[in-house]
Design a protein around this ligand. Structure first.
Ligand SMILES: Cc1ncc(COP(=O)(O)O)c(C=O)c1O
Length: 391
């Protein structure tokens, strides 16, 4: 008999986060905002210790803690803290770890919300940020200012062109705290902490919860770092709602089959899109044509359901395509059961200047597709029909 600690990730996903469940098989929802304190001494201990589980829900909550435990187990971390959204987690990491006068190195290929936080909010708090190209070997380490750089922040694969940052390079950086937003990969795609990275962040709103019905974020790492973050997080107040954490736990049970299916469908669709007229530059980490394919093979186990491509017809073609597909629905998110199509130039990246758009690798004709769980044959037919309206 294999021991639970020897089980493969896809077996552990099914059971993770059940230690507080008594006999219940499904995740248990604890809605209470507060918990009866048995004695004054225990109340004192809970009010002053980190991550108390049954004191006050902003500090900790049994359902939320179970979700945190599950993510920590799957990422190979000592512990985790869940947040009200991915941005709640990212802002806690940056504002909880950095003070005025500190320096951050971040990549320029980022989710637009993270980029705006670093570009607009961080300077107001006296935090300097240097943006680097994650695809250039050594770029992160070169931008580190010894004694001043507190955080190195990467997102891999990154919005929206699925560029990779090298996890081994990040893990080898000594001094600053290295953070990887691993939302697109999920724990099934990669486990950054295995490479020496300090903290892994997810928008669990996406594939982890997986059904477009939970807004949820999480950070996992060493107990020391999570305890430190926890102290900021209870004051920041962006704690995860128990209902969303329960949906996160539910989502984890099917993450294995969902993420595998989405990866296979995305590769199948990407391979066919390459031959469609008016489409160019089809990018998916599972294609041999991905510019960093060797790195993909080195650090990713599964490559996920996201793909991007370029439309020769630019802005009008993009707007026509996203208005004419039926299975691929125009909505801003990813990783759920429904195939979603976005046109960054008219939606997610609309706030960027033309120079910033070029920097982020977006053109007016860039399309991002989050492949869902529908039959890939139907998704492809839908795209071909939609693309016929763009020429
Ligand atoms: C890579 C990545 N990180 C973080 C976020 C923010 O997550 P949330 O919407 O849960 O705040 C997103 C949202 O799309 C994302 O794509």
């Amino acid at each position: 008999m294999t021991k639970p600690s020897d089980w493969h990730l896809e077996t552990r996903l099914i059971r993770a986060g059940r230690s507080d469940n008594e006999a219940a098989l499904a995740p248990v929802l604890w809605t209470s905002t507060t918990f009866v304190t048995p004695t004054v001494e225990e109340g004192r201990a809970m009010a002053t210790s980190s991550r108390s589980r049954r004191f006050y829900t902003r500090y900790g909550n049994p359902t939320v803690n179970q979700f945190e435990d599950a993510i920590a187990e799957l990422e190979g971390a000592e512990c985790a803290r869940a947040f009200a959204s991915g941005m709640g987690a990212i802002s806690a990491v940056l504002l909880g770890l950095c003070s005025s006068g500190d320096h951050v190195v971040a990549q320029k290929q980022l989710y637009a919300g993270t980029q705006l936080l670093l570009q607009s909010a961080a300077p107001r708090f006296g935090i300097d940020v240097t943006f680097v190209d994650a695809t250039v070997p050594g770029a992160f380490a070169e931008a580190v200012i010894p004694g001043k750089t507190v955080v190195v922040f990467a997102e891999t694969p990154a919005n929206p062109r699925l560029a990779l940052a090298d996890l081994s390079e990040l893990g080898a950086i000594a001094g600053p705290i290295t953070v990887v937003d691993s939302t697109f990969a999920t724990p099934l795609g990669q486990t950054p902490l295995d490479y020496g990275v300090d903290l892994v962040v997810h928008s669990a709103t996406k594939a982890i919860a997986g059904h477009n019905d939970a807004t949820l974020g999480v950070v996992a790492g060493s107990q020391e770092l999570i305890d430190w973050l926890w102290q900021f997080a209870v004051l920041q107040g962006a704690n995860a709602a128990p209902f969303d954490a329960m949906n996160g736990l539910r989502g984890l049970r099917t993450l294995g089959v969902r993420y595998r299916r989405q990866t296979e469908s995305a590769i199948e669709i990407a391979q066919q899109l390459v031959d469609v007229e008016g489409v160019s530059d089809v990018i998916h980490p599972g294609l041999d044509s991905h510019p960093q394919r060797a790195l993909v093979k080195k650090q990713m186990n599964l490559t996920g359901g996201l793909l991007t491509f370029e439309l020769a017809g630019g802005l009008p073609a993009g707007e026509r395509l996203v208005s004419s597909t039926e299975i691929a629905q125009l909505a801003t998110s990813l990783g759920g059961p429904e195939t979603l199509i976005t046109h960054p130039a008219s939606t997610t990246h609309v706030g960027l200047t033309p120079e910033e758009m070029i920097d982020a690798g977006i053109t007016e004709g860039t399309i991002r597709l989050s492949v869902g769980l529908e039959d890939p044959v139907d998704i492809m037919e839908d795209l071909v029909q939609g693309l016929s309206s763009t020429s």
